[in-house]
Design a binder for this molecule. Structure first.
Ligand code: TXA
Ligand code: MG
Length: 328
């Protein structure tokens, strides 16, 4: 059993010591819980890939608590990146920038860029300060599976390999950070996330969206499936008829949910996309543990955080379920 610790100063010191020894700590961030290790220690990085069963081609995000780390980790920083740091850090925005040699190749899967983010969660900030080193942290779930938005989700997914889980309560944002890179000097959306694309474009103008023609490195954001519950998930529109027995519904909005589902979760009865994002992974975890044959999920409006939510739902629906009975 991995201990779940409240984030007292003593426990943050204990966690920081573990990180300096090269061990891993599950830490809360405002987006999802992260599986943190010393970003400058290749052994700790290797442990992250091992514990998460993550393929080595999939680069990690490096978390920092002070802007001075940006210059130490990165160079050739575009003006637009500086503007975005100014406006959105600390917060759910990751910037992919040219890396310096200090960043181990394991963190970047051999790419010459590194993803950097400054989380706003006070426990993540305190842990980064106390550890005194940047922390690499993917979401603290087994590769490809639902992201954790509370300490209990992490504890349910792992039984060893992590020194402790710092309990910072439920994550306020609920979907991972927005990832922005630059190509030929132009900003590119690599992953929709906790900061709406519209808000970013207000600050730096048009951001290109990744298309199949855009050569980008292999990563979870780019894999055809990800964020998947163990129960098969299918996208569903009201009016679609092909329903299986013993199914659940992920619903959104003010209208009464259709009947006939064993378990229904409404992401936001007020149709608020921020509330829906904050509830997304908890609702999917609950549906996944309800003994259902199938989860039907409604696609949300494709604006603001709806874009990040729909991306997660589309990738979850694309997951293979060869081992599961009663696929929908
Ligand atoms: O909100 C978040 O970002 C959370 C919390 C824990 O901070 N972390 C997270 O990490 O979502 P992870 O490992 O699940 O996702 C990392 C994303 C991947 O989609 C990957 O494509 C992208 O970051 N990434 C990392 N390094 C990259 C690079 N050099 N070039 C392009 N994409 C990169
Ligand atoms: Mg992840």
């Amino acid at each position: 059993m991995i201990p779940i610790l409240s984030p007292t100063p003593d426990n943050i010191r204990r966690a920081a010591e573990a990180l300096r020894r090269g061990s891993l700590v599950a830490m809360p961030t405002e987006t999802v819980y992260g599986l943190a290790g010393d970003a400058l220690n290749p052994k700790a990085l290797a442990r992250i890939f091992e514990v998460k069963r993550r393929p080595f081609f999939d680069p990690l995000i490096v978390h920092i608590s002070e802007r001075s780390w940006v210059e130490k980790l990165c160079h050739q920083i575009p003006d637009g990146a500086r503007t975005l740091m100014e406006r959105f850090w600390p917060g759910p925005l990751t910037l992919v920038l040219a890396k310096r040699d200090i960043v181990p190749d394991l963190a970047t899967s051999g790419l010459d860029t590194v993803a950097v983010r400054m989380p706003s969660h006070p426990v993540a900030q305190a842990l980064l300060q106390e550890a005194g080193t940047p922390l690499a942290a993917p979401s603290a779930n087994p590769f490809g599976r639902l992201s954790p938005t509370c300490a209990e989700h992490v504890a349910a997914d792992f039984s060893d390999g992590i020194d402790c889980i710092l309990d910072g309560g439920p994550c306020a944002v609920g979907v991972e950070s927005t990832v922005i890179g630059w190509e030929d000097g132009k900003p590119l959306l690599l992953r929709a996330g906790g900061i709406a694309l519209e808000a970013i474009e207000v600050v730096i103008g048009k951001v290109l969206e990744k298309t199949s023609a855009t050569p980008v490195p292999q990563s979870p954001g780019n894999l055809p499936w990800h964020y998947a519950p163990r129960t098969p998930l299918e996208l569903w529109n009201p009016g679609d008829s092909l329903l299986r027995a013993n199914s659940g519904l992920l619903w959104f909005g003010t209208e009464t949910a259709p009947r006939g589902f064993v378990h229904t979760e409404n992401l936001s009865p007020k149709e608020n996309l921020q509330e829906a994002a904050a509830n997304l992974f908890s609702a999917l975890h609950r549906l996944d543990h309800a003994g259902l044959s199938c989860i039907y999920a409604q696609i949300l409006p494709d604006v603001g955080l709806g874009r990040a939510i729909n991306d997660r739902l589309r990738k979850a629906a694309a997951a293979p379920h060869l081992a599961h009975e009663g696929d929908c």
